[in-house]
Design a protein around this ligand. Structure first.
Ligand code: SAM
Length: 280
């Protein structure tokens, strides 16, 4: 299942829509360079990103790094200078891939190297890069990538968290998803992007759906009340409460209004009381 209305549209209509968007400059381009193109392609078919591709808002090309080698064995890696375990991705194919992308798809606004040693990728980066228009993503493998790629080819090296994965493909999919969903029109209900965790500097509020009571656990009464003002207020307060409880580090930088600051003082007071009682 999956692409809903976009799937149902006639191919000629879709092509027309795609061309119109391209002319209006609304298309966000991604080029992903990897030694496992099928693995990356598989992650781009379904859901929001798959739909964004079908509707022409996202123009994503996955490149096989081996296509940019020049030897018979299509070698992409070599042993590390100085010795040590594992193999390192060679610079020539990666430089070749980005040069080809520049020639055929235009100069990218950003070339992101996936690296556990990179700066942590955030929601603010996703929003910034969604405005860029064209992003190249380079996936490392093995022991990593020749340092000259980071120094002279990538414009940023980014990590998706403090753990080491076997390759840059999963980080690339995570980053393309995070950026792609910020492109206007990709997520159907724009409001849901604006209310996502981190967008306002806070975590999202909790969500509930039917049934109103499940195994004795009831949905908060206010959500069933039909009072939109009270529901909005409950959601703002709950977003703040979740953030204070789970990610207090975010609160200091969150742009709060007067009412939220008042709630915050109350929530922090409760938290201090709990901590005091816990240590007694
Ligand atoms: N030796 C490297 C180190 O310790 O930093 C780890 C290399 S890792 C096995 C291979 C590739 O996976 C990296 O070059 C990078 O592209 C990708 N990778 C692994 N963990 C990552 C993370 N947390 N964020 C982004 N990319 C990651």
């Amino acid at each position: 299942m999956g692409n809903g209305a976009a799937d149902a549209a006639h191919p000629a209509e879709l092509e027309h829509e795609r061309q119109a968007r391209a002319l209006a400059g609304q298309v966000m381009k991604f080029d992903i360079v990897t030694i496992f193109p099928r693995m990356v392609e598989a992650g781009l078919v379904e859901g929001v990103i798959g739909r964004g591709r079908t509707s022409g808002l996202l123009d994503i090309v996955v490149h096989d790094l081996r296509a940019f080698t020049s030897d018979r064995h299509r070698t992409v890696d070599d042993v590390p200078f100085g010795g040590g375990p594992g193999m390192v991705l060679k610079p020539e194919p990666l430089f070749g891939a980005v040069e080809k992308i520049r020639e055929t798809r235009g100069t990218p606004d950003a070339v992101l190297l996936m690296s556990p040693a990179g700066r942590r990728f955030t929601q603010a980066d996703a929003r910034r890069l969604a405005k860029a228009g064209h992003v190249v993503v380079l996936c490392g493998r093995y022991e990593g990538v020749d340092e000259r790629v980071r120094e002279h080819l990538a414009t940023e090296d980014v990590s998706i968290g403090d753990y080491v994965l076997s390759g840059g493909e999963v980080p690339a999919l995570a980053i393309v998803d995070a950026i792609g969903r910020q492109v206007p029109g990709v997520v159907g209900d724009e409001q849901s992007v604006d209310e996502d965790s981190f967008t306002r500097g806070l975590l999202d509020h909790p969500h509930y759906t039917r049934p109103a009571e499940f195994r004795g656990h009831r949905v908060p009464d206010v959500l069933l009340s039909g009072h939109h003002g009270e529901i909005r207020q409950w959601r703002r307060r709950e977003a703040l409460r979740q953030t204070v409880e789970r990610r207090p580090d975010l609160v200091a930088d969150a742009p709060l209004d007067d009412e939220e600051r008042k709630w915050l003082r109350g929530l922090q007071g409760l938290r201090e009381q709990d901590e005091k009682q816990g240590s007694e």
